[in-house]
Design a protein around this ligand. Structure first.
Ligand SMILES: [Ca+2]
Ligand SMILES: [Ca+2]
Ligand SMILES: [Ca+2]
Length: 318
């Protein structure tokens, strides 16, 4: 009973069945200024509306949810979906990546990429790269190494991937592009990754760096025991790219700025610190009250998991 109450109170997705084709129940991303993350149309760099994030203050550009996948009721998944300017089944897709900050100070610890070419997922993979030894807190300070595709993520399918026209009747963005045909609709790209696969990738590829003088050094093994569960906290930046190691198309949450050294947080491009289901990590005082209801052991888990989170990240999640 206590766990169920906690789940309801904190928005954790206990026992919820989800699907990549869901049209409801999504949680939109807000930035660290507390504003729904929007994105202009036609601010990507190379002219393909299919790679251009779009979203307004009333039409979310990016959303997530979590739960047991309909097709795999024994494992929990996080599902992400992003709205793009054009539904183009024959030509969709460069790459669509998430920079993931696991520690709440605005520095990307892991890059997760969706190779979203194709409409069925049969040629689509989810792969991961370790960030480079930079600040990793802004477009021009973020780099990453070569991508690795963990087992089981090299091919997606209709249960874990969806590319579909948006059917809400709203078409955000250019209806004409230099005389090209009128775009029929925006597109949703949706993908799901299990907690277990994300956890494995974090343990293998995520990196935590400490600045020593002028250089960053990695704290070895920082994420080697990391656990993804309903209470994990992460913040994200999303971007599309056609090349590795460059945010060279569209950075979600800002117009242009793909070469900026202004931090993701200051640009308004960084999401709040989120549970897997997309609800904000609650303020510490409320969590301690809930943890107290469940006993000291649970609070101990909390202390361990939030180690290293800075005050500003906690405040951003309020
Ligand atoms: Ca855009
Ligand atoms: Ca971080
Ligand atoms: Ca943008």
């Amino acid at each position: 009973m206590a766990v169920a109450v906690l789940g309801l109170t904190m928005g954790a997705p206990f026992l919820r069945a989800i699907s990549v084709t869901d049209t409801t129940g999504w949680n939109a991303w807000y930035n660290q200024q507390g504003t729904l993350i929007t994105d202009p149309f036609s601010d990507q760099q190379t002219g393909q509306p299919a790679d251009d994030f779009v979203g307004t203050t009333t039409t979310a550009a990016f959303q997530q949810k979590a739960g047991f996948l309909d097709s795999d009721p024994t494992n929990q998944y996080i599902a992400f979906r992003a709205r793009f300017g054009e539904y183009n089944p024959s030509g969709n897709g460069g790459n669509f990546s998430l920079g993931i900050d696991l520690t709440g100070e605005g520095k990307v610890n892991l890059v997760m990429r969706l190779n979203y070419k194709g409409t069925t997922g049969a040629n689509t993979s989810i792969d991961f790269a370790k960030p480079g030894t930079g600040a990793n807190d802004a477009p021009s300070t973020t780099s990453w190494g070569s991508f690795n595709t963990p087992g089981g993520l090299g091919t997606l399918n209709s249960n874990t991937y969806s590319y579909t026209a948006v059917t809400d009747g709203i078409n955000i963005g250019p209806v004409r592009n230099n005389g090209n045909p009128i775009y029929s609709a925006n597109a949703w790209i949706t993908f799901a990754i299990s907690y277990a696969n994300l956890e494995s990738a974090i343990r293998s590829y995520a990196a935590y760096y400490v600045l020593n003088g002028a250089t960053y050094t990695e704290t070895a093994g920082y994420f080697s025991n990391y656990s993804v569960n309903d209470y994990s906290g992460m913040s994200f930046v999303a971007f599309t790219s056609t090349q590795s190691n460059a945010i060279n198309q569209d950075l979600l949450g800002t117009s242009g700025n793909t070469n900026s050294s202004t931090t993701f947080a200051s640009l308004g491009a960084g999401s709040t610190f989120l549970r897997p289901g997309g609800s904000p990590v609650p303020e510490p005082a409320a969590f301690f009250q809930m943890a107290g209801m469940l006993g000291v052991g649970f609070a101990g888990v909390f202390f361990k998991r939030r180690r290293g989170v800075r005050r500003d990240a906690v405040q951003a999640a309020l």
